[in-house]
Ligand binder design. Structure first.
Ligand code: ZN
Ligand code: ZN
Length: 644
């Protein structure tokens, strides 16, 4: 398709936009793997798309799920003085002749025959977090929005499949502000900063560029968020637990907010603090809650938008809000993405947010620049625990006290971020299982479960001293094999994930802890302790030599002991290998006691196993096996206590 010969005045890209474009081009020069670019709301994503479309040699299809986005992206492209087609039933245009086509996914999937010429070399998907990250995850997920989600997934998958049929080396690029899905995790596997984020089978292989929110604010591209603490009234959502899909149930939310006496005081507080402000967005927990809030706001200046608000009515209200005829706009989970009213300078959060990504999306509504606006007040009445700039962690938050902590890998030095706890500066507990660092394949040790990949052939394909910083180099690297928590294979000694069923190295089935317990319970000379506690004592053995005695006891007072010497380097090495590596609450932290006294004093750094199996040799019982991270059929003391 010939390029238009019209001269264009290319809009100036900001430095990070230029970098994003360069990284995408470099990635696709080396690889056909689908890639993701992460840009926060307000960072000018449309301009990045326009520049990529302009530079592409073949034809380009840019997909979005709503017509507003199709229009927005198309308009930015036209700003170059170039022409492009629109394929969207909602916009009453179904053109697919020009080099670049902006389409809505629903219309394109209904007219796929217009796109199967094989001329399309680049497919850009805006708001790509709507695609499922893997088929497995799709089968697992369930929830309110699942139907909707399933529909968009299958349409995107159909478009990709048809375009690929016509052109097998089609490049697929996704753009999003939130590369993460609740209950599922990151939608890409590798990040260009040298770390692993999402699952190995994620559709998008690489994140090739990410602009952090913090940097956008610091460089003045977004307004400063000013979080106000010390609200007099607030809601207590701390007892709610998310459903399996990671979201809170409407019924549970209503249980907290409905008729809550805090509501009138909260609304008064919002009005008071917003006195000299221009636009206020209020995020309510449920529809009933939103209606209650609306009833407490100045009627002539306020409106409510929910998922059930009819389209034309919604457009009218949003237009009135943007025109500042309305000061307060209450909504329930509908204005988190794609909504753009730059004058908003107060964000009031009256709902719990299930992830830092969602929290950032909500706050992001108030960070766009606008004349006369210097900052945005963030009023949180729901005790949301998130640091605005904290990284998202793929694992579910284990409990209310956990926070993101940095844990350096003892093997590759990568600074991992996991859920954990600190005592001052010292990380005393974390929940990381495997290092997320990316290392060159040649350096990864033979030990550890490395899945065989066809990408091995990419090794050595162009490299440089600073290759780790460049896009596309991800293909030469793989995840560091160091495991903080692991299950040892009894056949080959290999370390596996604590949830693995088959050894990643020898392929043997890993012995089920329930089988171990059942076998032990049958034996006369074995005993099984369901551990209720663990004591460390600095003492001496029969010959008066210093020893550390570790005593495990169950609820009935039955005990088993282990003894360790800590006086020589050899003894300490044994202790590290057979005890410390599995008992540390913050594995990999490098902490090692120099004496039995120090070990006993620092017992808070250690965790007890769930079960200990002892065997009788002669007159003595010795610890034969310890089971950690147990999730099987036999109740642990912890679950028994919770149930009883
Ligand atoms: Zn590592
Ligand atoms: Zn094995």
């Amino acid at each position: 398709m010939p390029r238009s010969s019209v001269t264009y005045a290319a809009p100036r890209l900001r430095p990070y936009q230029r970098q994003a474009v360069d990284n995408v081009i470099e990635h696709f020069r080396l690889s056909d793997d689908p890639a993701v670019v992460v840009l926060p709301t307000g960072s000018g994503k449309s301009l990045v798309i326009a520049e990529l479309a302009r530079l592409a040699r073949g034809r380009v299809l840019v997909l979005a799920h709503v017509r507003e986005l199709v229009e927005q992206n198309h308009a930015k492209y036209l700003a170059y003085g170039l022409e492009a087609d629109i394929y969207s039933a909602g916009l009453k245009r179904k053109e697919s002749e020009l080099q670049v086509v902006f389409g809505s996914v629903q219309s394109v999937v209904n007219g796929l025959d217009d796109f199967t010429s094989g001329e399309f070399t680049l497919l850009v998907i805006d708001e790509c977090h709507r695609l499922s990250i893997s088929k497995e995850a799709l089968a697992r997920g369930a929830g309110n929005t699942e139907d909707d989600r399933r529909r968009s997934v299958s349409t995107y998958e159909r478009v990709i499949a048809r375009l690929r049929e016509a052109r097998p080396n089609l490049k697929v690029l996704g753009l999003t502000a939130t590369p993460y899905r609740l209950g599922e995790g990151f939608l890409y596997h590798r990040h260009y900063h040298g770390m692993v984020k999402g699952p190995e089978d994620a559709f998008f292989r690489d994140c090739v560029f990410e602009q952090p929110l913090r940097v956008m604010v610091r460089q003045g591209y977004l307004a400063e968020p000013r979080r106000i603490d010390g609200a007099l009234a607030f809601y207590d959502f701390s007892r709610l637990t998310p459903q399996r899909n990671g979201q809170f149930a409407e019924r549970d939310l209503d249980g907290v907010v409905r008729g809550n006496r805090a509501t009138p005081r909260i609304v008064d507080d919002v009005i008071e603090r917003a006195r000299d402000r221009q636009g206020v967005m209020i995020f309510a927990a449920t529809v009933a809650h939103a209606e209650e809030v609306l009833g407490l706001l100045p009627g002539e200046e306020s409106a409510l938008v929910t998922g059930a608000t009819p389209g034309p009515e919604r457009e009218r209200l949003i237009a009135a809000f943007k025109a500042r005829e309305l000061k307060y706009l209450v909504n329930v989970a509908v204005l988190t993405t794609g909504f753009d009213a730059p004058h908003v300078d107060v964000i009031a959060i009256l709902r719990p947010t299930e992830s830092v990504g969602l929290y950032q999306q909500i706050v992001g509504r108030g960070l766009r620049l606008s004349p006369g606006k210097t900052d945005c007040l963030i009023l949180d009445y729901a005790g949301n625990p998130w640091e605005l700039y904290a990284p998202e962690i793929a694992q579910a938050r284990p409990d209310g006290e956990s926070e993101p902590v940095q844990v350096e890998c003892p093997e590759c030095g990568f600074a991992n971020t996991f859920w954990g706890k600190r005592d001052g500066e010292v990380v005393i507990e974390h929940h990381g299982r495997r290092c997320q660092g990316l290392v060159y394949r040649a350096q990864s040790r033979a030990k550890g479960a490395e899945p065989k990949s066809t990408r091995e052939s990419a090794v050595g394909a162009g490299s440089g001293a600073n290759a780790s910083e460049s896009a596309g180099s991800g293909a030469m690297k793989s995840q560091c094999t160091f495991r903080f928590r692991f299950k040892v294979c009894e056949q080959c000694g290999g370390e596996n994930d604590i949830a693995a069923r088959v050894c990643g190295q020898c392929g043997e089935r890993l012995v089920d802890p329930d089988d171990k317990l059942r076998d032990a319970l049958k034996l006369r000379h074995a005993k099984v302790l369901r551990v209720g506690g663990m004591q460390l004592t600095a003492t001496t053995n029969g010959r008066g030599v210093p020893r550390l005695k570790v005593t495990y006891h169950d609820e009935d007072g039955d005990t088993l002991d282990e003894w360790f010497g800590l006086d020589t380097p050899g003894q300490r090495h044994v202790f590290e290998r057979v005890f410390l590596r599995r008992h540390l609450r913050a594995p990999g932290s490098g902490w090692q006691p120099r004496s039995a006294e120090e070990a006993a004093e620092q017992a808070a750094r250690l965790r007890a196993p769930d079960f200990v199996i002892g065997r009788k040799t002669g007159r003595h019982w010795r610890v034969d096996e310890k089971l950690f991270d147990y999730v099987g059929r036999y109740r642990t003391a912890d679950t028994a206590a919770a149930e009883g």
